[in-house]
Write a protein that binds this ligand. Structure first.
Ligand code: CMP
Length: 502
């Protein structure tokens, strides 16, 4: 082997070795998570040092040619180590700092390519023609390639997956019944971590040959995944009303990871024997939370259906088997009436009413459960109901140009919605369930009957109504005190609205 490194300045080799060592050590401090990454660099540096020591020994003993070969090897090892450390810095420090995440295979390919190029250059500098090497080893290569068919398929698969961008680190994929996030694409396989924190290793060649689904953010848009939930609803419920209730149930609730835009929508999918099949579709913003979000949406939808008196569908055949007789139906109605009367006694406003009037009131009540987070009534909406809170906490929120202000919290035994119901004005505030809230709703007709029988209730309510308005004004820093005439005005308005005379 020619002595071509004789002219190569020795001190530059030393500087190169030191720079490599400093950068390899700095990477350990800079990126402790990758502290094992420069292993090969350290090994190459140590080998280079060993070769240099041997070269000195040999040349001291007059063995000039072996000493020269070793010096050539030192150069080979040092440049290789420098390439190593430079690529580590590029892939582990610089690119991540620019928020570019590339899989391991990209780093491996770059290093392999550069190392091969350097190896060939080194051979050429050493006076060896690399093409001769390839010709003699062609048969060997063919044998090895044949033996490594599968492995090569995986490697080529990994390269192709990267080049055509069909799979990127961080994306969600669905492969048959498995779904998870891609954490790395390596030479031979792609690593996927499922929600159960299992690491699944999928050979790249498999991914090349089969179909898989990728949840990918479209350019300029957030990541969104449409989910479809199915409901069978009794055929007696009007389809148009069911669609509205299903859509509204999601729109009125601020459920985590449910997109506001596009809004949820419901469709009638099928007409079954005794029931209709509906699908509620919504957009999920984080695939990690698919089951919990589906569950939250179902809870809201089922509660809204129950509030609207829409029952889940039972196939006709089963329904005939569970035919109710009149006696059991009456007993059930009586139990429900007793439950409502007890609830009315728990509401301070109605607690002093005689039992007969409480019963009249009870007949008009409609059970209305709400899940935490749902809007019970919205500011500006037309008022149809007075709400009695059985259990739970709701907040009263006013939205105006200055923003959203919580003006009050309502608890067990309180009522709300009287402002709109009693005056005919639109709702003055939005009332939202803070916890799960169980309510009874009373319609205008029922309330009119109670007012007609007990006109003094109007006095009591208008006093409370004025107090609430004053509290709302104070919270909104508009007026600390409601004008004194307001109560009389309200009372007159209320009496006119319900045609109650005193
Ligand atoms: P309404 O305007 O029909 O709808 C919103 C309801 O919020 C309103 O009736 C009241 O019942 C209730 N509300 C408004 N302000 C207050 C308050 N300061 N304290 C308690 N409840 C309030």
């Amino acid at each position: 082997m020619p002595v071509w490194t004789d002219g190569f300045p020795r001190h530059e080799l030393l500087v190169l070795a030191l720079v490599c060592a400093v950068f390899a050590a700095a990477l350990r401090i800079w990126r402790p998570a990758h502290q094992r990454a420069p292993r090969l660099t350290w090994a190459l540096l140590n080998l280079a040092l060993l070769a240099q020591l041997l070269a000195w020994l040999l040349s001291a003993n007059g063995q000039a040619l072996p000493a020269q070969i070793l010096r050539n090897t030192v150069l080979l090892l040092l440049v290789w180590a420098a390439l190593q450390v430079a690529i580590l810095w590029l892939f582990k420090v610089l690119l991540p700092a620019m928020r570019i995440q590339l899989p391991q295979i990209a780093q491996d390919l770059t290093l392999t390519g550069l190392s091969l190029a350097w190896g060939l250059l080194w051979l050429r500098l050493a006076g060896v023609d690399p093409s001769q090497l390839f010709a003699t080893s062609a048969i060997m290569t063919a044998v090895v390639a044949f033996a490594m068919q599968d492995t090569l398929g995986n490697v080529m698969g990994g390269v192709a997956l990267q080049l055509d961008n069909s799979l990127r680190v961080g994306e969600w994929v669905q492969i048959d019944d498995l779904s998870g996030r891609v954490v790395d694409v390596r030479w031979r396989f792609t690593e996927i971590v499922t929600r159960n924190r299992e690491t699944v290793v999928v050979p790249n060649s498999w991914l090349m040959k089969h179909r898989f689904r990728v949840l990918r953010r479209q350019p300029g848009q957030p990541l969104q995944w449409r989910r479809i939930l199915h409901f069978n609803i009794d055929q007696t419920a009007a389809p148009g009303a069911v669609l509205r209730v299903l859509q509204q149930s999601v729109q009125d609730a601020s459920i985590a990871h449910v997109a506001v835009d596009p809004p949820p929508n419901a469709v009638l999918m099928e007409v079954g024997p005794g029931y209709h099949h509906y699908a509620l579709r919504y957009w999920l913003t984080d695939p990690q939370f698919d089951d919990p979000t589906d569950s939250a949406v179902r809870v809201h939808a089922l509660t809204a259906l129950a509030r609207a008196g829409m029952r889940l569908g039972v196939p006709l055949a089963e329904r005939l088997l569970t035919h109710e007789d009149e006696l059991s139906r009456n007993a059930r109605d009586q139990r429900e009436l007793a439950r409502r009367t007890t609830a009315i006694r728990g509401i301070a406003l109605f607690a002093s009413l005689p039992e007969a009037e409480q019963q009249t009131l009870a007949e008009h009540l409609v059970h209305a459960p709400f899940v935490a987070g749902s809007v019970i009534t919205r500011q500006g909406a037309e008022a149809h109901w007075l709400y009695l809170v059985l259990h739970g906490t709701a907040e009263v929120v006013v939205e105006n140009a200055a923003g959203r202000t919580t003006v009050a919290h309502l608890h067990d035994g309180e009522f709300f919605g009287e402002m709109g119901l009693l005056t005919g004005e639109p709702r003055s505030a939005t009332v939202r369930a803070v916890t799960d809230v169980e309510c009874y709703r009373l319609d205008k007709e029922g309330f009119g009957q109670v007012l007609a029988a007990r006109p003094e209730l109007a006095d009591e309510i208008s006093t409370l109504l004025v107090q609430r308005r004053a509290a709302m004004g104070a919270r909104l820093e508009q007026s600390a005190q409601a004008p004194v005439s307001a109560r009389k005005d309200l009372l007159a308005k209320m009496q006119a609205f319900f045609s109650v005379k005193r």
